[in-house]
Design a protein around this ligand. Structure first.
Ligand code: NOJ
Length: 542
């Protein structure tokens, strides 16, 4: 089997299905909605869509609680709709990846219903069941990610506790059980047969737990206002030493089936995530979440440090990846402001590595205000008021200026409110403005295709004043320079010698200057990013 590594040059676009496009009038996005928007996806120029869970689910965690891995929830359509979508995307040369929610099912999954039916049921050990301590307490001190309360739920009928790392409606699967493992691998096979091109493995590092189920150490620095689950250091409940066996088992299975992509959701330090590449025998792309963090200081200095450290840490043959947002993180435009979000988009689409764009970020979409009576996210409900709620970044895609922004009919109540002031931030309006955020994103995606050096070329950073982050992307055919101004002030950059009197502007985040020949100095307006081509060396591919 030969592997093309098609995903190295690809740009992934994450569709949060519930919020992309409603077609059946229930105020929730659906699969026919994606079909309706295929022209847009093709025009934008992305290569892969990642569709968030569409499986049958009681929606306790909005689809990350699956009650049947081999179907489609009626809210989102039918299995035939999904088959059709996959075919239509492939017809347009767009690949599809789906979530593989590996660590837990819904408590309504037939496996769990059987498992909890009796201690002697053959599927009992497909989940993690334990006796109480002699004092009658839960088996250890582990706590749930959303509420910080015990991660063990008592089952009165069979008089044991089961483990749930998230909600009690999401019991953890016991991957160390051969039957459960096989059933989950069959799920992968099922979707590969239906034509998907890969998986984003949800909560990948939670698949295995400490075999002795030891207590997690207490965080002495925890104080109210911090996330409830930060009360403990999760040393034994996730990312345990033999998780790498899980990773490589999954990789081996998928590799045997063909040329597919495996992404791992991890949320760990760079030092830690790079270990999940293994020796190129674990995940193709362990998710790099550095640029999404709410603690991140958005400055040239910090971003340069992150990029350099990551590039340095990557094992040989490991391919980088970058994201600015997803359905679990506040919108990048709300975190760093709309002007810097454009600089962020240029950064995302010009760094070395596979980028993922979160739907709506191509417009500079911001977090929406969600009044307390409309809160949907179980995390916000369990830990109110400390900023963990994820509804603001999950609100409907902004297609036009009509009521409900073209997401659903005006007579329909969308499942989450529409961003308040969307007159300027929607697809229809921005398509008409040549300098809009949308055209910037589309043009950067086009540039990546014209200059394959932006996809696969080498990266090296360049010396620059502290407010700028400048780097080169180069290969045998092309040599491009990216200069990003992280400040709102005008900056000058004395170009490296080999680019003096040689460079031309390919694109500015302001979308108002292109071409010409630069002398020794590049002038950047506040919040401006520029891609420079070298007049003599950078020829776009034909
Ligand atoms: C990670 C998903 O991205 C998140 O949305 C979900 O709540 C948790 N996994 C639990 O399934």
């Amino acid at each position: 089997m030969s592997y093309s590594c098609w995903w190295k040059s690809a740009v992934i676009y994450q569709i949060y299905l519930r919020s992309f496009q409603d077609t059946n009038g229930d105020g929730i996005g659906d699969i026919p909605g994606i079909i309706q928007r295929l022209d847009y996806l093709e025009w934008l120029g992305i290569d892969v869509v990642w569709i968030t869970p569409f499986y049958p689910s009681p929606m306790a965690d909005f689809g990350y609680d699956i009650s049947d891995y081999q179907g489609v929830d009626p809210t989102f359509g039918k299995l035939a709709d999904l088959d059709y979508l996959i075919q239509l995307l492939h017809d347009r040369n767009i690949k599809v990846i789906v979530d593989f929610v590996a660590a837990h099912t819904s408590d309504q999954h037939s496996w769990f219903i059987e498992s909890r039916s009796s201690r002697s049921h053959p599927k009992r050990d497909w989940y993690i069941w334990k006796d109480p301590t002699p004092e009658g307490n839960p088996p250890n001190n582990w706590i749930g990610r959303f509420d910080g309360l015990s991660a063990w739920e008592w089952d009165a009928k069979t008089e044991q506790y089961y483990l749930h790392s998230f909600l009690k409606e999401q019991p953890d699967i016991n991957w160390r059980n051969p039957g459960a493992k096989q059933a989950m691998l069959d799920v992968l096979d099922f979707w590969l047969q239906r034509g998907v091109d890969g998986f984003r493995v949800d909560a990948a590092y939670r698949a295995y737990k400490d075999p002795q189920f030891r207590d997690n150490p207490v965080n002495p620095n925890w104080h109210p206002g911090m996330e409830p689950s930060d009360l403990l250091f999760e040393v034994f409940s996730k990312n345990v030493p033999d998780i790498h066996d899980f990773n490589s088992m999954l990789r081996k299975f998928v590799d045997q089936q063909g040329d597919y992509l495996l992404i791992a959701e991890l949320y760990k330090s760079l030092e830690e995530i790079v270990k999940h590449y293994g020796a190129n025998d674990e995940f193709h792309l362990p998710l790099n979440s550095e640029l999404m963090s709410s603690d991140l200081t958005w400055s040239a200095e910090t971003i340069r440090e992150i990029v350099e450290r990551y590039e340095h840490l990557l094992p040989e043959d490991a391919w980088p990846n970058w994201s600015l947002g997803n359905h679990d993180k506040h919108r990048v435009a709300s975190r760093i402001g709309g002007e810097q979000a454009k600089v962020g988009m240029m950064l995302l689409l010009t760094l070395r590595g596979t980028p993922t764009i979160y739907y709506g970020d191509e417009l500079g979409m911001e977090d929406a205000w969600v009044p307390s009576e409309h809160i949907q996210d179980p995390w916000e409900k369990k830990a109110p008021g400390i900023g963990v709620g994820r509804d603001p970044e999950r609100t409907p895609m902004l297609w036009d200026s009509s009521a409900n922004a073209g997401f659903c009919a005006s007579s329909v109540h969308p499942w989450l409110p529409i961003t308040y002031d969307y007159d300027g931030i929607n697809v229809e309006v921005q398509k008409k403005k040549s300098r809009s955020f949308l055209w910037l994103t589309q043009s950067l995606l086009t540039l990546r295709k014209q200059y394959p050096v932006l996809q696969l070329g080498q990266y090296v950073s360049l010396y620059a004043p502290s407010q700028l982050f400048c780097y080169r992307r180069f290969n045998e055919d092309s040599d491009l320079v990216i200069a990003l101004n992280f400040s709102s002030e005008y900056q000058e950059w004395i170009l490296p010698e080999e680019f003096r009197n040689q460079s031309t502007i390919l694109i500015s985040t302001f979308m108002d200057r292109q071409g010409g020949q630069l002398g020794n100095i590049l002038q950047l307006r506040g919040n401006e990013g520029i891609v420079l081509g070298s007049v003599s060396r950078s020829s776009p591919s034909q």
